[in-house]
Design a protein. Structure first.
Lengths: 165, 403
């Protein structure tokens, strides 16, 4: 079988990588940056990655780690909110409002919790696979998921109460 | 999973699917950007190699001449502490403080390292080359950690873990060694500093800042996966090293009495467990002399003391009632193995001597203070953490931190 070049790999894997990156970062621009940072790292090790035989799994892992470590740095910087995605026309208000609440709550989650939710609910990965990808134990994955869901639930309930007042 | 989670899950799935379907970049353009980034990094590495060559050449050419020490610089009048104060005294007289000089309008703040050899009565300062940060309206931060090794050596480590400024002459000259660990050491040297390197899901490493400014991994760190941010290595005045930290489920405390060559697990008091988590404690370690250690539950206003590396923990009667306000217990270990606790709301403080078993009120009102090596630092305002800041060797007489 001919060896896959890095360019071929990028063309083939981009939809999957973008899917993860957009769900992790919550925007197409940030997702694109995350894909780019990930691919720069993978390209440096491409010969070894290709020889290992599972570049997709390796790249996904690199992306998760890049996301988790980059987020730590972003914690100390002011965060921008994409205004165009936060407000919607009045005709779609009910639908957009619930999505908006959830998106805001998701954006406020610690990265490890968000990563666990993305891997678990976007691709239905089992806990042990999630644990292997993010380098935590399955029990920690369960704990992170529970805390993430609890935060989302709390946020939605709180907002609903405030709306009722 | 409960019913309420089940109600959130469909919404979450839908939202994640929606986000995942956002437009993807065009593959050709993305590959060009990746290629440019790699080329730029390659050029950077080559430039770095040339710079090193130039420095080596310069060093060879100047061998034999006495090192040129930059002339003393008069620090700017607006030199002040920015952000959380970073001050450390290696003894009662010699210390360092991180300071900033910011323009009145927009622009970049310059970072300076101030040093004193008279207990903070007077300060000299040197600008740290190439270290600036934007002058933000809400207050900026140099984004470096001051790490003091002795009276003349200090390192400034960038928050991003990629940059280090190092001085061996109290800030007069600087080098920029890599902060990344290179090689291993068997023990923590007498004037080295240790810190925990968390590895997600795996046992920690301990990285030692060496007296020459490089970092190396400790050969035999204790085996524990510490992933919380509150992880630390504290060195007692007797040379003992204490390592504490937690992951999501468990807390650990280890002590080494042979400068990090071997570590013993220190059991923690069962009563200090977090509700619902029997293996994780709510307290933090307070140790100074290295023989006596305190576990301080700041939010629960509880204290424990051990004098035998955790074989026995003795609960102590805290002389301050837990207030209704959200104010944590402030406690500071003493040189004789005792502890002083502060009632932040009333200004009263209580101290217990190393050989004592109860707290007694301190006659004079004391500022809540924290140890900064051989001296104490106190702030102002209701929280006790706002400027102006004061330092003291005995917490009786205070000197304003002023450059």
């Amino acid at each position: 079988m001919p060896e896959q070049s890095f360019d071929e790999f990028v063309h083939a894997s981009l939809p999957m990588l973008s899917r993860y990156a957009n769900a992790l970062t919550g925007s197409a621009h940030a997702g694109e940056d995350l894909v780019q940072d990930t691919l720069v790292k993978v390209s440096r090790a491409w010969r070894r990655v290709r020889a290992d035989g599972n570049p997709i799994a390796y790249t996904r892992k690199v992306m998760l780690h890049t996301y988790l470590s980059a987020w730590r740095g972003l914690l100390r910087r002011p965060r921008t909110v994409p205004l165009s995605q936060d407000w919607a026309g009045p005709d779609q208000f009910p639908l957009v409002e619930s999505r908006d609440l959830l998106r805001r709550a998701l954006a406020g989650l610690p990265p490890a919790q968000r990563a666990v939710l993305v891997l678990g609910y976007l691709d239905d990965l089992p806990d042990d696979e999630i644990a292997a990808v993010i380098g935590r134990r399955p029990a920690t994955v369960r704990s992170l998921r529970q805390r993430g869901l609890a935060t989302l639930r709390r946020h939605l309930v709180l907002e609903a109460h405030q709306e009722q007042r | 999973m409960n019913d309420r989670d089940a109600a959130v899950e469909p919404l979450l799935r839908e939202e994640l699917e929606h986000l995942a379907a956002l437009p993807q970049p065009e593959a050709g353009a993305l590959l060009r950007r990746v290629s440019r980034r790699r080329r730029r990094n390659g050029i950077g590495a080559a430039a770095g190699a040339l710079a090193v060559l130039a420095i080596v050449t310069g060093t060879v050419l100047t061998v034999g001449r006495p090192p040129a020490r930059p002339p003393a610089v008069t620090p700017p009048a607006n030199l002040a502490v920015a952000g959380v104060p970073q001050v450390h005294f290696v003894d009662a007289d010699h210390g360092f403080a991180l300071a900033s000089s910011c323009p009145a309008a927009a622009g970049d703040c310059a970072v300076w390292l101030a040093n004193t050899s008279d207990g903070g009565t007077s300060w000299q300062a040197h600008q740290v080359p190439g270290l600036t940060y934007p002058n933000a309206a809400e207050g900026g931060d140099p984004r470096v950690t001051l790490r003091v090794l002795d009276a003349s050596r200090a390192a400034l480590d960038g928050y991003d873990g990629d940059r280090r400024w190092f001085t061996t002459d109290a800030g007069a000259t600087w080098t920029q060694p890599s902060p990344r660990p290179d090689g291993t050491v068997d023990s923590i040297p007498a004037n080295g500093l240790a810190q925990i390197e968390s590895n997600a899901g795996a046992p920690v490493g301990i990285v030692v800042l060496l007296p020459d400014g490089r970092s190396a991994r400790l050969a035999s760190p204790p085996v524990a996966p510490l992933t919380e941010s509150m992880t630390d290595v504290t060195v007692g005045t007797d040379g003992s090293a204490w390592m504490e930290g937690s992951d999501d489920d468990r807390s650990w405390l280890f002590v080494s009495r042979d400068r990090g060559r071997s570590w013993n697990r220190v059991p923690l008091p069962a009563e200090a467990a977090e509700p619902g988590r029997p293996h994780r404690t709510v307290g933090r370690l307070a140790v100074y002399d290295g023989r006596t250690a305190f576990l301080v539950d700041a939010s629960g206003y509880r204290l424990w003391r051990t004098k035998d590396d955790g074989r026995h923990w003795e609960p102590l009667l805290v002389p301050i009632a837990k207030p209704s306000e959200d104010v944590g217990l402030v406690a500071s270990p003493e040189a004789d193995g005792g502890l002083t606790v502060f009632d932040v709301l009333t200004g009263r403080s209580f101290t217990m001597r190393g050989n004592g078993d109860r707290f007694v009120p301190v006659a004079a009102e004391q500022r809540p203070s924290v140890r900064i090596g051989a001296r104490f630092l106190a702030g102002s305002g209701p929280s006790g953490r706002e400027p102006p800041y004061f330092h003291s060797s005995d917490r009786q007489t205070w000197t304003e931190l002023h450059f």
